[in-house]
Design a protein around this ligand. Structure first.
Ligand code: ASP
Length: 585
């Protein structure tokens, strides 16, 4: 086989200025139109597509292999660039004003029958595409996603470097880190019975780097969490991990806002304006979620309906529940009983008994809410003729979740979400701890190194545990949590108090985090940080809701790599070497 010629241009590169040049291109055949004496081949590479034309002017050197070419064959094409006649310009292709008249076409590689057509608008099932991910990745939208990801990483590194952050790698084979998820474990061959944990985050190491005086650290880093997967989650994911010394929350927010602005501008040319801040409690109150989607209204109102005679509400309130309303503007038309029944079924998934609804017409209210005293109905702000009002009552957690998710569902159904909008928001002052409903145990809502607000530290271990707020903050965009962090405890005594309030004995704390507790006693600076979900950033930058679209080789929702066949069974010899026995054997 003769060796290939050197490529002179990529398939996306040629413009009218190149007219007259002789070029050598390499690429895949994206489409073929063979009209007998004239043939058009669209050649594709990562940079774009170009039309290769063959007609009566082309000699055998061009025709023989061109005739034999099929979709997805790899070709080498040599030819001359010609401007197209105005009538033949294809404005949908960046190279659409030129074509390459082939002088020589050579097939470099052929293909077996394809499992799916690469250039089709009808996309094959995700399962087939993941099985042949290397073919799926030939599709331009996925190639663009990977390039977007690359640009976002580059922009991040440039920005962080310009702000004095030093990228430091931290270990992958590690001890368990306390992010609250299940660990992926790796058995040690040289230490029988001992296991490494893959990092859920570099949390402890980045704090240790502050004790070391590194001052400003960042890392674009893979982390691993063995959790139930969702559309926006993967078992291994990438974070932009950040830690800095001598900082307050304001400084971290300022640095992070700058990073968001830089990346959004560099990668997609979007100017991100001011990013507002709301407290966790306000977020739950107004949106029912701690990662609110602020691209549209339909905010919730908490109602004091404690004196109502309306039975369902009165009994929910008596049992300590809350009452919240949401107004769907201008919705009387088109909101049938069936639609409302659908909404009611939807909130039941969040353990709400149901929804009370009312339609506000020129003749007054209809529906169950019409039976609620008028003075109570008047407490719902912003109600006009034409609106549909929804009210939920019950335990706060259920009302927030049900109505919060319903708000987003209705916004989608009614097309209330502006396209291409990015609504960023910081959510701050999270409760420090949450209590397990069944066991009564307290766990850290962020992680146990998060500093409680100074004025709440005295409440550690008392019956006010649930009221303690922490200096933790999340960055959200369009309803996704896309970053989060906290100011850390840098006083080993406070750290010990937190561990004990979480029910960790001194020995357990020492065993799990002893090296951090020790380090905090050797001149630890005040510090704080955060981690940004890089995959979710890329999802937003690419305008997709599927995290797998922005990861080259993602896992399925059951944590499998269908193409490589991971996870897989290993032979018993390998297990033996690692001192692991399969309990099914
Ligand atoms: N380690 C935290 C996380 O991965 C972020 C942080 O507190 O910096 O969520």
């Amino acid at each position: 086989m003769e060796s290939i010629s050197r490529r002179t241009h990529t398939c996306g590169q040629l413009r009218p200025d190149h007219a007259g040049a002789t070029v050598t291109l390499h690429g895949w055949v994206d489409s073929i139109r063979d009209k007998g004496g004239v043939m058009f081949l669209i050649l594709r590479d990562r940079y774009g597509m170009v039309q290769v034309t063959l007609d009566e002017r082309c000699g055998d050197g061009a025709w023989t292999d061109a005739k034999a070419a099929r979709l997805e064959y790899v070709l080498e094409v040599e030819g001359a660039v010609h401007k197209r006649a105005d009538s033949a310009i294809n404005s949908k292709m960046e190279t659409g004003s030129i074509e390459v008249l082939a002088e020589r076409v050579r097939i470099l590689s052929t293909t077996k029958p394809l499992p799916f057509t690469i250039n089709s608008d009808k996309i094959a099932s995700e399962e087939v595409r993941l099985n042949y991910r290397y073919l799926d990745l030939r599709r331009p939208p996925l190639q663009r996603a990977l390039m977007t990801r690359h640009k976002a990483a580059l922009s991040t590194r440039t920005y962080m470097d310009a702000h004095g952050f030093c990228e430091v790698e931290t270990p992958i084979l590690n001890r368990s880190t306390p992010e609250g998820a299940r660990d992926y474990l790796v058995p040690s061959r040289v230490h029988p019975g001992h296991w490494y944990a893959l990092p859920q985050s570099p949390q402890i190491f980045k704090q240790l780097l502050m004790v070391s005086g590194m001052d400003r650290y960042f890392q674009i880093v893979k982390c691993f969490r063995d959790e139930d997967l969702r559309a926006d989650r993967q078992p291994e994911f990438t974070q932009i991990d950040v830690e800095m010394s001598f900082c307050t929350r304001d400084l971290i927010v300022e640095i992070a806002n700058g990073l968001v602005r830089q990346v959004w501008s560099d990668v997609i040319g979007v100017a991100v304006g001011d990013i507002p801040t709301i407290t966790y409690h306000e977020s739950m109150d107004r949106f029912g979620r701690d990662a609110p989607d602020m691209r549209f209204g339909m905010e919730h109102t908490t109602l004091d309906w404690s004196g109502t005679d309306f039975r369902v509400i009165a009994s929910a309130v008596e049992q300590g529940g809350i009452v919240k309303a949401m107004v769907v503007k201008d919705a009387v038309e088109g909101t049938s009983r069936k639609v409302i029944d659908g909404w009611t079924e939807f909130v039941k998934r969040y353990r709400l008994g149901g929804l009370l609804w009312g339609k506000v017409t020129a003749d007054g209210w209809t529906g169950p809410l019409s039976k609620v005293e008028e003075s109570y109905r008047e407490m719902i702000p912003d109600v006009e003729v034409g609106d549909v009002v929804l009210v939920a009552a019950g335990p706060a957690a259920h009302v927030h979740a049900g109505l919060g998710k319903l708000r987003e569902t209705i916004a989608r159904q009614r097309d209330l979400i502006p396209a291409d909008a990015f609504a960023f928001v910081w959510v701050v002052d999270f409760p420090a701890f949450e209590q397990d409903e069944e066991t009564g145990h307290w766990t850290a809502m962020h992680h146990p190194f998060t500093k409680p607000l100074d004025e709440h530290i005295g409440w550690l271990g008392t019956d006010k545990m649930g009221d303690i707020l922490s200096d933790a903050y999340d960055l959200c965009c369009n309803g996704y949590e896309i970053g989060g962090g906290s100011i850390r405890i840098f006083d080993s005594e406070v750290q010990a108090k937190v561990f004990s309030a979480l029910g960790l004995s001194d020995e357990e704390a020492q065993d799990k985090f002893g090296f951090l507790m020790d380090a905090l006693q050797y001149g630890a600076p005040p510090h704080g940080g955060l981690a940004m979900g890089f995959d979710r950033w890329c999802m937003l930058l690419c305008g997709t809701e599927n995290i797998r679209d922005v990861i080259a080789f993602p896992k399925t929702t059951t944590a499998q790599d269908l193409m490589a066949g991971a996870p897989n069974l290993v032979d018993s010899a390998q297990l033996e070497e690692l001192f692991v026995r399969n309990t099914n054997d």
